[in-house]
Write a protein of this length. Structure first.
Lengths: 353, 265
């Protein structure tokens, strides 16, 4: 339905480069990237607010690269909402309908319908200044839907909402998508992507690093950026080789003195290695466990996360280990402490590249 | 003791002096005007006629030039173009040149031996000594107030809102009338009130273009020159009272029914 062919654009400090992307009708397509990655610029280029320096935008087989904003069937919900402060909720929603020559009663009917879908029926006569963040977000969503866009673009729609509103809006977006609305949603939060997306593209420094279904991207991150972004802390590139006289295989990491021991059935050759932070055991002295991989190192940093504490240990390569608060206190882990890490060969997830 | 309090006290004192400087002469004038004199002035056809003329001509000049100046102000707020700084300087020019000089400049354009003057004459109008001439002189010295206020108003309308409106299918013209203009409205009306007020109080430029019919500032000057302070004062007081009432009324009417949402900067 939507095809981006080699889109490049520079605007102020942002730049996107060589973007190829394909969105099918009915997709919930999430573009994942840090702030400054060029996500908003990408949406603005799709909506026609900026025209690309290079490349083509094709919607339903028509080249819309140079089409005027007004003519595109692409509705954009801005991150800063852009609600019209001088109009009531009802007038905001009715804004795109007035142009189409509908009768007053028809406009009222459609506004009512959209207000019901988005849970705004009781707020129609209110002005934006009296609304909460979630209500403003739903109003601009209803307003954009009133235009009946072929493609709905959402710029960080959940970013400024508290947990309850976030959940409500997520289920509303999921429902809209199930009803057939094609959605492209940009966010910096990979949990949003997991919760909503059918397809995902990871964007970094103006380029698409990887795209595919959520499962593909989560299971097979193709770069350390994607891996980190989708929550995989330990991502290495290396080469799997045999160990003389042993059945286990050896993984020599690229540009690193570190060699890991991998299960016997690991195929040899260039590989991508991921290791979940919670599968690593941290100790103050050399562990006498059966784990084949044991390394001594220095604690670089301790970072609190919602799931526990992430300890970054330098063992010749930085490795992230997830521990609980109790373990932190018991082990007295603090930056520059000498520690050991250990993990089983079977904890390594190794894929050929 | 609050370390700022001495400083604040000093600043408050300085502010008090400034306020006194503004209020004292006006208060003096009001206090020295006897009620019977004021009543007499309100009954004086020449006085009421000239106040009415002043109000009407300034109001119409403001409205007429607003139609030209508001779209121009929008352009200045939204677009960068070569020599923009020069254009902005030209807009401010009438504020800095002496108003009698401004009057002479306007007269130079509308007198009978010019293109504009001849065109007007062929339509049966002599702009010199005509309310239209007075309006032009008023507008010349006061239009920067409107342009600058409107430009400022448009600059404060987030471009995002205009982009959103276009994304919702609105043409640039509809965006202007449904988003930009309503959101800048308060500044525009503020600018119009300032232009109207400035035009109404103009003496220097107007007196050169038209001594007759007499606008209120010219009448005050004429009364002062011919009869002295005693006779000029009631006219001045009456004119100030009418002006004040007009401003308060306009300011009240122009209050918009919403407050700008903070999330849309």
């Amino acid at each position: 339905m939507l095809k981006l062919q080699g889109i490049s654009k520079s605007y102020s400090d942002f730049r996107i480069h060589g973007i190829h992307m394909e969105v099918q009708a009915g997709d919930y397509f999430v573009v994942l990237g840090r702030s400054g990655a060029g996500k908003t610029l990408l949406l603005e280029t799709l909506a026609g607010i900026r025209s690309p320096d290079e490349g083509r935008v094709v919607l339903d087989g028509h080249d819309i690269t140079r089409q005027r904003i007004q003519q595109r069937q692409v509705g954009l919900v801005f991150q800063d909402h852009a609600i019209f402060p001088h109009l009531t909720v009802a007038a905001n929603i009715a804004y795109p309908l007035k142009r189409k020559g509908y009768s007053r009663s028809e406009i009222r009917r459609q506004v009512q319908e959209l207000a019901t879908t988005t849970g705004l029926s009781h707020l129609l006569e209110r002005y934006p200044r009296t609304l909460s963040g979630g209500e403003i977000q739903r109003t601009v969503l209803a307003r954009t839907l009133a235009r009946k866009p072929r493609l709905l673009l959402l710029d960080e729609p959940l970013a400024s909402l508290d947990v309850q509103y976030k959940r409500e809006l997520q289920s509303l977006l999921r429902r809209l998508n199930q009803q057939g609305q094609t959605i492209m949603h940009v966010t910096h939060d990979y949990e949003e992507a997991i919760a909503l997306a059918s397809k995902v593209a990871v964007m970094d420094r103006g380029q698409i690093q990887q795209q595919g279904t959520v499962e593909e991207v989560l299971r097979n991150p193709s770069s350390s950026f994607t891996a980190q972004f989708v929550g995989i802390r330990n991502f290495f590139r290396g080469r799997v080789g045999s160990l003389p006289g042993k059945e286990h295989k050896k993984v020599v990491l690229d540009g690193s003195p570190l060699a890991l021991l991998a299960p016997p059935d690991t195929p040899e050759g260039d590989a991508i290695v991921t290791l979940e932070a919670r599968n690593i055991i941290l100790s103050r002295s050399e562990p006498d466990s059966s784990a084949l991989n044991k390394f001594a190192g220095t604690v670089q940093d301790v970072i609190p996360t919602p799931k526990g504490l992430e300890v970054i240990v330098d063992v010749g390569e930085e490795v992230a280990v997830m521990i609980t608060r109790e373990s932190l206190e018991r082990l007295h882990v603090e930056p520059s402490a000498r520690v050991w890490i250990s993990f089983k060969a079977s904890s390594l997830d190794i894929k050929k590249r | 003791m609050n370390p700022y309090s001495t400083l604040r006290l000093m600043f408050a004192f300085l502010g008090g002096v400034v306020l006194l400087f503004i209020v004292a002469p006006l208060a003096g004038m009001f206090l020295e005007t006897e009620m019977p004199e004021l009543v007499e002035a309100t009954g004086d056809r020449q006085v009421t006629g000239s106040i009415q003329l002043t109000l009407w001509v300034s109001a119409l000049a403001t409205l007429f030039f607003a139609i030209l100046a508001v779209p121009f102000a929008y352009l200045l707020a939204r677009r960068d173009f070569p020599l923009k700084k020069l254009v902005l300087g030209i807009v401010d020019l009438p504020v800095v040149i002496p108003h009698t000089a401004a009057g002479i400049a306007v007269l130079g354009v509308i007198s009978r031996d010019t293109l504009v003057g001849r065109a007007a004459e062929s339509a049966g109008l002599n702009l010199v000594g005509h309310p239209i001439g007075i309006g032009l002189a008023m507008a010349f010295v006061s239009i920067p107030f409107l342009i600058n206020a409107a430009r400022d108003g448009f600059e404060h309308v987030p471009v995002r809102l205009e982009q959103a409106a276009m994304n919702l299918g609105a043409s640039p013209l509809r965006v202007f009338f449904s988003v930009s203009l309503p959101l800048a409205w308060r500044s525009i009306v503020g600018g119009m009130i300032m232009m109207f007020a400035r035009g109404m109080s103009e003496f220097g430029a107007v007196v050169i273009v038209a001594y007759h019919p007499m606008v209120a500032p010219v009448l005050i000057y004429e009364r002062f020159g011919s009869y002295g302070l005693q006779y000029a004062r009631p006219v001045a007081v009456l004119f100030i009272l009418v002006s004040l009432a007009t401003f308060i009324l306009l300011r009240t009417l122009s209050r918009a029914p919403y407050v700008k949402a903070s999330g849309n900067k």
